[in-house]
Design a protein around this ligand. Structure first.
Ligand code: SF4
Length: 350
């Protein structure tokens, strides 16, 4: 059961209020290099990204957003630190959402100016709080960047925006500590009904980072918390989308095929690692909601993968093809993967 939240709309993509979980990423090109950034945005969209964030460190980057809006169809989020004028210019250029931390954007007049610009164009604001940039008084009050400090900072940011009559808000509280991130989002989910943008920040390279994000984002999603996710990896942004899709599927919230493969044991007589990797790679071209099993032996495989829609199990020279736990054909080992995909194509046509 998902926690009920309000809905915001980011360039046509609904976030919160029961909408499908939106996948986000952030470009790592120089935003001012419009050609390179547009190409990266296109790659992200093709991989399944729903919303793209770009860093806006100066006026030239803010102005580049206008050109990027003309060149791509992506809902664009302007990532702003400190300078409220960059937020206003980004909105003027057509940004679909602004990410700021109202605590570091300046006094009430500056916040009001940003709020007025966003309200005029129906642009939501994400209050994005990070463990590394917490207000000094909260660090003092809580003795460090604790989960309660993160949550309080985000709620204070939201209150600042609400004091100007603005409620088109999304919140995030990210830490490089998975446990703190989970705890902070749980506090937010209990205390407000703004849509929540999940993520573990500075999570690391693709292997460790994907695990940290899967644990943090996955634990929250399984609790029904979270409306949009950004997996943060020290890698090509498109890898963040692969990981995000896998996390959503693992939590029963994603679309597309899911591979079930056994860890192999002494009964396995085939090179299952190579076969499973090939099947996984080829499945990337499909978007049907299918569970596809790749099992090491015909004796136990079909039973162990009973919940799979279709699958193969290896044998000694010959393997089997099965659907919903029942054997439907035998095939020479070398033809198994081809038989599997022709069965998958038949299921997709059905
Ligand atoms: Fe072992 Fe067969 Fe089970 Fe794979 S399916 S783990 S090979 S018993």
């Amino acid at each position: 059961m998902r926690t009920e939240t309000k809905r915001i709309v980011v360039g046509g993509v609904p976030v919160g209020g029961g909408a499908a979980i939106a996948i986000q990423s952030m470009t790592n090109t120089d935003t001012r290099d419009v050609r390179a950034t547009a190409a990266q945005i296109e790659g992200l969209l093709s991989a399944g990204c729903n919303i793209v964030r770009c860093a806006v460190p100066d006026m030239e980057a803010a102005r580049a957003l206008g050109e990027l809006k003309r060149l791509t169809k992506a809902p664009l989020v302007a990532d702003i630190h400190f300078d409220y004028r960059l937020a206003i210019e980004s909105v003027r250029q057509g940004a679909d959402k602004i990410r700021i931390n109202p605590g570091n954007i300046g006094g009430p007049d500056r916040i009001k100016a940003v709020v007025d610009a966003c309200r005029e164009r129906g642009v939501p604001i994400r209050v994005g709080v990070n463990g590394g940039s917490l207000e000094r008084e909260l660090l003092h009050k809580y003795g460090g960047p604790t989960a309660r400090a993160l949550a309080e900072s985000a709620l204070k940011g939201a209150e600042l925006l609400m004091s100007h009559g603005f409620e088109d808000i999304c919140l995030s509280v990210k830490s490089s500590s998975v446990k703190k991130t989970i705890e902070a989002f749980r506090i937010l989910a209990a205390k407000c009904d703004f849509p929540l943008h999940l993520g573990v920040t500075e999570a690391g390279t693709s292997y460790q980072g994907a695990i940290k994000n899967a644990v943090g984002i996955g634990a929250l999603l399984c609790d029904g918390i979270g409306d949009t996710i950004r997996v943060s990896l020290t890698d090509e942004p498109v890898e963040e989308i692969r990981a995000a899709k896998a996390i959503l599927r693992a939590c029963g919230l994603g679309r597309g095929p899911e591979i079930i493969s056994c860890p192999t044991c002494g009964r396995c007589r085939v090179d299952l690692i190579t076969i499973a990797n090939e099947v996984e790679r080829r499945l990337e071209g499909y978007d049907a909601d299918l569970k596809v099993a790749v099992m090491g032996c015909a004796v136990n495989g079909p039973g162990e993968a009973r919940e799979a829609d279709v699958g193969i199990a290896g044998g000694d020279g010959e393997g089997i093809l099965f659907r919903a736990g029942k054997i439907i054909a035998k095939a020479p080992q070398g033809e198994l993967v081809a038989r599997l995909f022709s069965e998958i194509d038949d299921i997709c046509k059905e």
